[in-house]
Design a binder for this molecule. Structure first.
Ligand code: FAD
Ligand code: MG
Ligand code: MG
Length: 305
């Protein structure tokens, strides 16, 4: 696929989701959340910065939140192009999609799960990301993220704004705004945070509906993925694997966009993650999408010595 193809695909899947009627209240809330996010991107962001020349970049780490934001952003990019075509004096057949890759950045700080690392590579190819990856340094801390972005900005000084999949329920998330400058101690650019109003249930609803590949760790009880040193499957999903209750997203899975016969497109785990998980013990975990209580989304994040 080209960036044009995947952008169009994302546009169409978003429209299909928005067009769903008589679906659950979660779907209705998510439709509203999508409209708000799209309005921020299409009216606030694209009127201020061009998506075509590197002024806007996208922070991507393979997690579910930035993946949802990426799907919506790509759909908006298609819409931006379609609008330009409709306003142009030249026939649509003569107009090319103006971008080949999406400007994006991945800060590879601490030790990452191999399954997530593979997923970042796989989806960077799928979504045509030209992904700047910072170099991992041994013993790096989360606080080094600001420094990593300074390096990124030195390399790409045209960057004015970076999209982030942060939500209000994340740590320190409740005071954030959709568009704001970085804090003191960070390099100077605008943070674009169009997913603040999204709850966990909205993220799963749209992502499972999308039929897009999902990082395999989520299928094994992870709900929020940090570094290998600080992340376990979510204890709230432990030991429930045998009973297999229903999750809240049956409609999404059954109507999933673009997968014949429907289903969840969770990627297989890397073998080393399989053995790591097996070593945790006999407990089975339900998939991450069984958890919709935002307050315990990070219950699997731990401090290890
Ligand atoms: P997650 O859910 O893991 O991450 C939230 C989002 O952050 C992701 O969806 C993704 O878009 C982005 N992100 C997280 N980790 C990475 C990574 N390794 N590589 C690329 N993107 C990633 N904090 C401040 O206090 N002040 C600031 O001014 C500030 N500016 C920031 C600017 C950018 C571009 C980014 C990415 C982060 C910034 N942060 C800032 C930190 C931010 O608020 C979160 O604390 C941080 O993203 C980690 O999120 P998380 O792991 O808690 O949640
Ligand atoms: Mg998150
Ligand atoms: Mg993180």
């Amino acid at each position: 696929m080209t960036l044009a193809d995947i952008s169009r695909h994302c546009y169409e899947l978003t429209q299909a989701y928005l067009g769903a009627q008589n679906a659950s209240s979660i779907v209705q809330e998510t439709q509203e959340a999508i409209r708000e996010t799209r309005a921020i991107i299409l009216t606030e962001v694209f009127s201020r910065w061009s998506p075509l020349n590197g002024e806007i970049s996208f922070s991507y780490n393979g997690g579910k939140d930035c993946q949802v934001l990426l799907l919506l952003y790509l759909g908006c990019l298609w819409e931006f192009f379609a609008l330009q075509v409709s306003r142009s004096q030249y026939a649509a057949a003569y107009q090319r999609f103006p971008l080949q890759n999406l400007f994006s950045v991945y800060i590879d700080l601490a030790e990452t799960f191999p399954s997530l690392e593979t997923f970042v590579d796989e989806t960077a190819a799928r979504y045509e990301l030209s992904l700047y990856s910072s170099r991992r340094e041994h013993g790096a801390q989360a606080s080094d993220m600001a420094a990593a972005f300074s390096d990124f900005l030195e390399r790409y000084p045209e960057t004015q704004a970076i999209l982030i999949g942060v939500r209000a329920t994340d740590p320190f998330g409740e005071t954030l705004k959709p568009v704001q400058k970085t804090d003191k101690g960070w390099p100077d650019f605008y943070r674009v945070q169009p997913l603040l109003h999204w709850r966990l249930a909205h993220v799963w609803s749209f992502l499972l509906y999308s039929g897009e590949p999902v990082c395999g760790l989520y299928e094994h009880g992870f709900t929020s993925i940090g570094s290998v040193d600080t992340t376990l499957p979510n204890p709230h999903l432990r030991g429930l694997g045998e009973t297999a209750p229903q999750h809240k997203f049956q409609w999404e899975v059954e109507h999933s966009y673009g997968i014949a016969g429907s289903g969840i497109n969770a990627r297989p785990l890397d073998p080393s993650d399989v053995s790591w998980l097996a070593a945790l013990g006999e407990d089975k975990y339900l998939p991450g999408w069984y958890l919709t209580d935002d307050s315990v989304e990070r219950a699997g994040r731990i401090k290890r010595k």
